[in-house]
Design a protein around this ligand. Structure first.
Ligand code: FAD
Length: 444
């Protein structure tokens, strides 16, 4: 009997260093390669926001087109369904007599809920999951997941010496598809119109080909030797690696980056800066396993702590923050950069997050949801984990990370060039249109 498999692509849009794809190639006679664009991504979620901006869609679309191209080289093609994954996969399993489903292990709680729903719907379907999104596999971790260290420092000390395995090659071939190639992407969201931005430097092109180019370009330029001095700059292409959008979509693997980094250290020399790139990849790694470990608690107001923060939801303040219309020029500039390019430096992310939570007293989850919509590098674990950390409800031994906005402006934008470039000057209006003094007096 012929053995038909389905490969369900998610945040692993590549053919190199993809253990799940290699496994599928070795085990089945026919393989259907599928990606599901969930229409839900475009409807408002509980924060009143669609999950995907035009910038994100542009990057994802380019990644899917490039993946299809890579698959064609291996005699395959991508089937894209514009439907909820459970519905789409259930139909495909019936139509093609699929017996096993392969995919990368997901960190997100909701992504895993989909897998459980599929399992319930199709109990005889064999589900095979492998780690492609992290540096280490679950089996390589030197502790059980429920014993994940409660701080990053302890995690780093535990894993730092675990060797990172070499990235895997592209499969020599893929079993052929049981389905004909169709013209896809025609009816997915025309409502998302991307307008090219003014800042050509910050245009990221999605896909494995562009990701591998950024990897070789970054190390060829030698910027890695100065990474630690430059990484806190608010702007500038070479001041940090810019690998994150490709990593988040799985166009690049973290192991591949480590491999290039090791190579650079051997040829050019290792220093504190090259170590620091690895250090940051370990932060990413920590958040991946943190998301696995804490499941739905990644999204709750009090995070993994016992006490709720003293913040709330103020629609006007939140809207002003999103649009970059707050009384804080540095915050405005960073938010306008995000809205235009889909990217913001790590320093600026910390500053705007601290402002939302501390100056504006807004529930941190709205900020995380807005980042989810806008960031090209949106990654469920890194985003919600970092927001929890900044809001004092996550893996931070300190309970408060309040950034002094004047001090940050003096330190990182002394000349005001970042604020000028992104037109962050304040609108000179009060934060709330209803002044606190106009509220009716409550008399006992
Ligand atoms: C509030 C907030 C939200 C964030 N949301 C995301 C997100 O959705 N997706 C995302 O990839 N990163 C997120 N980050 C982390 C970090 O800001 C970005 O990874 C980084 O700015 C990406 O730029 P880069 O690739 O040039 O990073 P580099 O400075 O060159 O770092 C190299 C790589 O290390 C990893 N990394 C660096 N810093 C962190 C960090 N603090 N946490 C996790 N990984 C890190 C990234 O994969 C990055 O590509 C967030 C940070 C904050 C403060």
């Amino acid at each position: 009997m012929r053995n038909v498999g389905l490969y369900w692509f998610g945040n692993d849009l590549r053919v190199h260093d993809n253990v799940a794809l290699l496994k599928a190639a070795a085990e089945v006679d026919y393989l259907l390669c599928v990606y599901c664009l969930d229409p839900q991504w475009l409807s408002p979620n509980q924060y009143g926001l669609a999950m995907m901006s035009a910038n994100r869609w542009r990057f994802l679309k380019a990644s899917l087109l490039d993946l299809d191209k890579q698959l064609h080289k291996l005699g395959q093609h991508l089937v894209v369904c514009y439907q909820s994954p459970v519905k789409a996969i259930t139909a495909l399993v019936g139509e093609h007599g699929i017996s096993s489903l392969y995919r990368s292990r997901q960190t997100g709680f909701y992504e895993n809920q989909l897998m459980l729903a599929l399992q319930k719907q199709l109990p005889s379907l064999q589900l095979v999951e492998s780690d492609t999104h992290s540096l280490y596999s679950l089996e390589q971790l030197p502790f059980a997941l429920d014993k994940l260290p409660d701080t990053f420092s302890k995690f780093r000390q535990a894993v730092e010496q675990v060797p990172v395995e070499k990235p895997l090659p592209v499969p020599d071939f893929l079993p052929s598809s049981p389905a004909a190639s169709t013209d896809w992407l025609v009816d997915f969201p025309d409502c998302l119109k991307f307008t090219p931005d003014a800042d050509q430097e910050m245009v990221f092109n999605g896909g494995e080909t562009a990701g591998l180019k950024q990897l070789t370009d970054y190390f060829a330029k030698g910027s890695a030797s100065r990474y630690k001095e430059l990484r806190n700059e608010l702007d500038g292409w070479d001041n940090s690696t810019k690998f994150s959008p490709w990593l988040a979509n799985g166009n690049l693997s973290a192991r591949q980056i480590c491999h290039y980094l090791n190579d650079f250290e051997q040829k050019v020399g290792a220093n504190e800066s090259t170590y620091w790139i690895f250090f940051e990849l370990l932060w990413r790694e920590y958040f991946q396993w943190y998301a696995h470990r804490h499941g739905k608690y990644l999204f709750v107001f009090q995070g993994i702590k016992q006490q709720k923060p003293l913040t709330s939801f103020y629609p006007e303040r939140f809207q002003k923050w999103c649009l970059g219309n707050t009384p804080y020029p540095l915050v405005n500039a960073a938010m306008k950069q995000l809205n235009t390019t889909g990217f913001m430096s790590n320093r600026a992310r910390q500053i705007v997050a601290s402002c939302l939570v501390n100056e504006l007293a807004v529930d941190w989850r709205y900020g995380a949801a807005y980042f989810e919509q806008q960031l090209l590098d949106y990654d469920v674990a890194s985003n919600w984990g970092n927001w929890q950390y900044l809001a004092g409800v996550g893996a931070d031994p300190r309970s408060n990370r309040h950034f002094n906005l004047d001090k940050q402006t003096r330190q990182y934008d002394q000349e005001g060039s970042f604020i000028n470039k992104w037109q962050g000057q304040s609108p000179n209006l009060p934060l709330d249109s209803v002044d606190a003094a106009d509220w009716p007096l409550i008399t006992p």
